[in-house]
Ligand binder design. Structure first.
Ligand SMILES: *[C@@H]1O[C@H](CO)[C@@H](O)[C@H](O)[C@H]1NC(C)=O
Ligand SMILES: *[C@@H]1O[C@H](CO)[C@@H](O)[C@H](O)[C@H]1NC(C)=O
Ligand SMILES: *[C@@H]1O[C@H](CO)[C@@H](O)[C@H](O)[C@H]1NC(C)=O
Ligand SMILES: *[C@@H]1O[C@H](CO)[C@@H](O)[C@H](O)[C@H]1NC(C)=O
Length: 667
């Protein structure tokens, strides 16, 4: 390099050459003095929040996430930008929007004592939920709840001020709080949590899920614990998402060696685990903030592990210039105190133990730092203390309804009287504000929906919390895409929403086809129509990821009692996250429901399978099965993807707009 420069200066005199070199040196020095603080700021940047400029600290996201999300993060609810419309105009719009489901639920029919059949359990629950819902809805309509909402919003403001910069808990307090440390405002870049603890001694594991024993085998000795960053605030009544699951298995697992497993889990759907087994990550593998995902540690099958310490010293003494590395043992040992620090970097989470870097876990598209509102520890570990520090000082979205972005462009288009081909009913819950907003901003922007060839609506029941309902009503009034099914929400009664979808699709929209999906389902709208049109017009159809001959679980978390479902097998049924039926089937379902002949089962997808089977006995139904209606996550060229978090939705939509139906499961 230098030679080239000197050569180019050749025509100059010697003095000017020296001067030029001096100038070059000066420029270089100036550059150096500027460069160093620049590196500090953008590197492992604790200052990043203040650099972001717009002052909204919550969007001091890791850049990778900002890229995934494009401008979306910056357009989040801004009270100054809300489009205010005249009251007359709003009145007109409210009229055109049918907010309440037209489903008639006749409570009196279930008062009769003669219907003591096996299905009356669910009917009774439905009746109670419907009666309670009626009361809530009347209250909501009267405007009483509105005032309470104003009161509540004051307390919400107060909450935003309670963002402690650091939190310290002793082991005793931590245990008393069910081994959870709450981080009210989540994490931000540079936040770190330190756990001082010691792994317990191994015990015999009898849990068949962890150690499956064969006859005569001795019980396995197991010592393991997990540390999880969870999204506690997201939605109540659901399992919180596990944003980072860190699980050291001191005695190893099926691999037979100590291992650290890391993963994420959203709506009970686990990602691909990152397993660190003591080998350093490959040199060509992606790093996280320049750190490897897995550090090497001493394995007992390493050559001359015994004297590695001595070799290391020897190497240092004999060949001081050669770069040698000392290999440390597995970072956790039974009964040995450890100091673990989890920190939030630019590209991922870093875990250091006793001052050494151990693992790094890249951020996943589905989550942002502020979502991590709790740290949970469980398993064979005694926690002595937990400290969290450098936490964010404010939180832009403490209340979930603040995910709403009140812009006209996200409002539902007017329902035209023309022919609607497909109606999509999206099952949602009252407080799934962020999920609904993600759907509005992504696949509900499809041209087929914008031009009312396809209509999509959310189906939401009422919440026990009045402020949620008031917020929901406001949301429904503004966006015009919510149908409220007036019963008190209950997971076992989701089947009522399915019936309401059929009712709306038949009576309000008069669509040819009716589709049901969830608010974490990403739908390729045009593919839905294509698939439906493959079946001849005069045929009845049932399209989805169809299960044939599924047996009923009688034990475990999802157990179904004989009272609920007496048969040993389910009828063929399409998985719940996305299926399509023809309108004649929907009509049949609504008619049966209104005449109290419809059998209800708590699993809405099985119920649909049962109803379609009934219908099939009078008119044959075309069953179309495709795995592309993904039940678990996403596959390339999916028709529908499931378990997609709001951020993944935006990522999928962006890819789809480039013509690529690719997944956003992992970075
Ligand atoms: C409910 O059902 C009963 C008995 O079938 C009937 O007499 C009554 O009119 C129904 N009520 C409504 C509101 O449909
Ligand atoms: C707020 O609640 C209090 C009682 O909790 C009530 O007296 C007051 O009227 C409420 N404020 C508004 C604006 O409704
Ligand atoms: C905010 O909350 C604190 C503690 O909960 C309370 O003492 C304080 O009065 C509240 N402030 C306002 C303005 O409501
Ligand atoms: C639907 O009905 C036809 C004719 O009755 C029968 O052959 C077929 O097995 C039925 N399909 C299902 C899935 O029940």
């Amino acid at each position: 390099m230098k030679r080239v420069k000197v050569e180019s200066f050749l025509p100059l005199t010697r003095i000017t050459l020296i001067q030029a070199l001096m100038a070059l040196l000066l420029v270089y020095l100036l550059f150096m003095s500027l460069e160093i603080p620049l590196i500090f700021k953008t590197g492992y940047g604790y200052e990043y929040g203040s650099v972001s400029g717009d002052g909204s600290l919550g969007y001091a996201l890791p850049r990778s996430l900002l890229v995934d999300n494009d401008g979306a993060a910056r357009t989040v609810f801004d009270p100054h930008k809300v489009v205010h419309r005249s009251p007359e105009r709003r009145m007109r719009e409210t009229k055109r929007v049918k907010r309440l489901s037209g489903l008639l639920f006749n409570e009196t029919i279930f008062d009769a004592s003669d219907i003591a059949d096996e299905f009356s359990v669910l009917h009774k629950a439905a009746k109670e939920a419907w009666l309670a819902g009626k009361k809530l809805w009347e209250e909501l309509e009267s405007g009483k709840v509105q005032a309470n909402l104003i009161n509540n919003s004051n307390t919400a403001d107060n909450r935003t001020e309670r963002c402690p910069v650091s939190i310290a808990l002793s082991g005793a307090v931590f245990s008393a709080r069910n081994r959870i440390i709450e981080l009210p405002c989540g994490l931000t870049l540079g936040s770190h949590i330190t756990v001082v603890g010691s792994p317990r001694w191994a015990h015999q594991e009898k849990d068949p899920k962890i150690a499956s024993l064969k006859e005569g085998e001795e019980a396995l000795m197991v010592s393991q614990f997990m540390m999880e960053l969870q999204g506690l605030k997201t939605v109540d009544g659901e399992e919180p998402p596990r944003i980072l699951h860190f699980n050291p298995r001191l005695k190893g697992d099926w691999s037979g060696k100590p291992v650290i497993e890391q993963n994420t889990c959203y709506r009970m759907q686990w990602g691909i685990p990152l397993r660190c087994e003591g080998w350093s990550s490959q040199a060509d593998e992606e790093t996280v903030d320049g750190l490897v995902k897995c550090e090497k540690w001493l394995r007992d099958d390493d050559a001359n592990s015994e004297d590695s310490k001595a070799t290391w010293w020897l190497n240092r003494l004999i060949r001081p210039k050669r770069k040698t590395q000392f290999t440390w043992p597995f970072p956790f040992a039974e009964g040995k105190l450890f100091v673990l620090t989890l920190s939030a970097g630019l590209e991922g989470y870093h875990i250091n133990v006793d001052g050494r870097h151990i693992t790094s876990f890249p951020y996943h598209t589905g989550f942002v730092l502020e979502d991590a509102t709790g740290l949970y520890l469980n398993g064979d570990v005694d926690v002595h203390s937990v400290f969290a520090a450098s936490l964010p000082s404010s939180h832009p979205s403490v209340a979930p309804q603040q995910h709403l972005e009140m812009f006209r462009k996200w409002q539902a288009p007017i329902l035209l009287d023309g022919k609607v081909e497909l109606f999509i009913g999206i099952i949602s819950a009252g407080n799934h504000f962020a999920e609904r907003m993600a759907v509005r901003k992504t696949w509900m922007q499809h041209n087929l929906i914008r031009y009312s060839k396809v209509v999509a609506r959310f189906f939401v029941a009422l919440s026990g919390r009045k402020e949620i309902n008031a917020q929901l009503k406001k949301e429904a009034d503004y966006f015009g895409d919510i149908v409220i099914v007036p019963y008190v929400d209950n997971y076992d009664l989701v089947v009522l929403k399915t019936v309401a979808i059929c009712e709306y699709g038949v009576h309000t929209v008069a669509a040819k086809y009716i589709m049901k999906c969830d608010d974490d389902t990403f739908v390729r709208v045009e593919v839905m129509l294509q698939e439906a049109k493959k079946v001849p017009r005069d045929r009845s159809l049932y399209i989805g990821n169809i299960n044939f001959y599924h047996r009923v679980f009688r034990s475990g978390k999802w157990a179904v009692t004989y009272e609920e479902w007496p048969e040993e097998e389910y009828p063929p049924y399409a998985n719940g996250p996305g299926y399509i039926i023809s309108s004649d089937i929907a009509q049949f379902i609504v008619a049966e429901f209104q005449s109290h002949k419809l059998r209800l089962f708590k699993m809405e997808d099985v119920s649909m399978g049962m109803w379609v089977e009934n219908f099939n006995s009078s008119k044959p139904v075309e069953y179309v099965h495709s795995f592309m209606f993904c039940q678990y996550g996403c596959t390339e060229d999916y028709y529908t993807a499931h378990y997609q978090s709001p951020r993944q939705m935006i990522c999928l939509w962006e890819k789809l707009q480039q013509g690529k139906p690719h997944c956003c499961n992992v970075r």
